[in-house]
Design a protein around this ligand. Structure first.
Ligand code: ADP
Ligand code: AMP
Length: 214
């Protein structure tokens, strides 16, 4: 099963992708997490990506596509994956479609998590992220069991540099200009499903399971 998560930054794509990965036994592939791990490891790719990320911009397609294709070519992705944060441009979607087609396969579901812009800025200021395992929390809506500590791996949680309100507004603009057109792209392929991301985490997941099947 190959699934794409769509939605604005902070809509809850990662939160839902982690639950999907666990229930359906497929890897959660987040391009944002891959970039952040490259930054932590001070790789050349990480250093190049960081300046774009800190500015709230998209990392250029060439770098992003190469990193993503490398990840999905790994053995653990052969039965499918849930992509979180990729594709973010039509060009990325076209490359992914072509690559999947080469294998005689297809993307099965594109799930758009809908949250209005007004809610996003509030959510992002409360987001806390684990840079080690990629889990995210919210200080009010999705708190960790122990304040400031990741439930999954025990790492200290951080407020991401690019979650500062002024950067979030830039990222929302980039989303509307470059990523939102993907909704029509996948609608045209009859695989788009919309869910109401303003509901609580469990209710959103229930809607998603209805789409994907038990
Ligand atoms: P994305 O991957 O789309 O950028 P995240 O999954 O990291 O978004 O979620 C953004 C923030 O919103 C996080 O702080 C997360 O804990 C919180 N969150 C996720 N889903 C919900 C929800 N249904 N209701 C309220 N807050 C949520
Ligand atoms: P995310 O963790 O998905 O919110 O991504 C954080 C940042 O990483 C984004 O704001 C972009 O700068 C960069 N990024 C992640 N995925 C992509 C992508 N598919 N294309 C371009 N840039 C990306």
């Amino acid at each position: 099963m190959k699934i794409i998560m769509l939605g604005a930054p902070g809509a809850g794509k990662g939160t839902q992708a982690i639950s999907i990965a666990e229930k359906y036994g497929i890897p959660h592939v987040s391009t944002g997490d891959l970039f952040r791990s490259n930054i932590s490891n001070k790789t050349e790719l990480g250093m190049e990506a960081k300046s774009y990320m800190d500015a709230g911009k998209l990392v250029p397609d060439a770098l992003t596509v190469r990193m993503l294709l490398d990840r999905v070519s790994k053995e653990d992705c052969k039965n499918g994956y849930v992509l979180d944060g990729f594709p973010r441009t039509i060009a990325q979607a076209e490359v992914l479609e072509a690559e999947v087609k080469k294998l005689g396969e297809q993307i099965d579901f594109a799930i758009d998590v809908e949250v209005p812009d007004e809610n996003i800025v509030k959510r992002m200021s409360g987001r806390r992220a684990c840079l080690k395992c990629g889990a995210t929390y919210h200080i009010v809506h999705v708190p960790p069991k122990q304040e400031g500590i990741c439930d999954q791996c025990g790492e200290a949680l951080v407020l991401r540099d690019d979650d500062a309100p002024e950067t979030v507004l830039k990222r929302l603009n980039v989303y509307h200009e470059q990523t939102q057109p993907l909704i029509d792209f996948y609608k045209a392929r009859n695989i788009l499903h919309e869910v109401d991301g303003t509901k609580d985490r469990e209710s959103v997941f229930k809607e998603i399971v209805e789409i994907l099947g038990e």
